[in-house]
Design a protein around this ligand. Sequence first.
Ligand SMILES: Nc1ncnc2c1ncn2[C@@H]1O[C@H](COP(=O)(O)OP(=O)(O)OP(=O)(O)O)[C@@H](O)[C@H]1O
Ligand SMILES: [Mg+2]
Length: 364
Amino acid sequence: MPDRLRLGLIFGGRSVEHEVSVVTAEHVLAAADRDRFELVPIGVTKAGAWLLPEETKRQLAKPAPPFQKRLVSRSPLAESGPAGEVGRADLRPAIDALAGLDVVFPLVHGTYGEDGTLQGLLELAGLPYVGCGVAASALGMDKALMKAVFRDAGLPVAEHVVLRAPDGERALLAAARDVERRLGYPAFVKPANGGSSVGISKVSSREELAGAIVEAARCDRKLVIEKAVAGREVECAVLGNADAEASPVGEIRHRREFYDYEAKYLDARTEVIVPADLPAGTVERVQDLALRAFCAIDGAGMSRVDFFYCPDGSLVVDEINTIPGFTPGSMFPRLWQARGVNYAQLITRLVDLALARHKERPVV
Ligand SMILES: Nc1ncnc2c1ncn2[C@@H]1O[C@H](COP(=O)(O)OP(=O)(O)OP(=O)(O)O)[C@@H](O)[C@H]1O
Ligand SMILES: [Mg+2]
């Protein structure tokens, strides 16, 4: 079939969401339309090394522990180096792997995948790719910048403070006092650049706050501390380019203190409810805010926008995810499924959007 598009799937990567990304890639590989696409898997190890397609296939074919165990243990690509280490990565295999592709679907969540760095490489290579561009990805990743852009666009965000990781005990105590004065408790402490709730804590005392700042500072030099918002967690998916559409609205119900890593991937009691049971008019408000959030970062292709729906009926935008969870059971595909777009069709639609966007880009 000479007309098939060579679709590169880049997955794995250096971030804490490496394992999730591998599981996602396996689903996309199994589901994508083979009449339309020749699938070219490109695995990135935890150390950042790119594996050529043949090596990637060999690694994926190795027997792996079941889904949930894998999320806390090792991915088939984990062997080549320690997680999180920002070592030198030889980019030549990456350049080789990209040669001959027609379009790329980046499935790497978090740092070095969802943050504009991978998108930058693909821009330099002149390849169309699924999802947001460089700036939108970077804005979506950095919770401090994201909030600034959202606020500027008039979107409701939680009251928050941005700070540099304090250097030493005294600076830590001063930072904790300052946050306490400006926000009070309970509060959420987050690395500005993170993912899957790693490094995030909910705190209710100065001692917890100081500990949480130290914890978050392990993930990033920049931290965001927010006033806790009491509300239901509802999510809306956005699909499209300039003409983007908002999906039905879903709700996450977890049984933990907040929606942490455990609740996201391991706690069987966490429920994904599609569609969310919301009063008349609220779905439209969520959809409108989701599209405005997508426009605020100048999004493309896809995003998922997460909200708190408060008892008084108000909505607070928590965040936008530019490479949202993408297994068939994840919120983003389920929301489109509820609109009649199945998983395979969704993949095709995203690739078509990537091709359309690439055509529109300026040539100079
Ligand atoms: N201000 C807040 N008030 C109440 N709960 C919060 C607040 N901020 C975060 N949370 C809780 O923590 C969870 C994770 O926070 P957040 O969505 O900001 O980061 P993340 O999910 O790790 O980021 P990413 O989606 O980029 O991986 C939320 O789903 C929510 O349960
Ligand atoms: Mg989140």
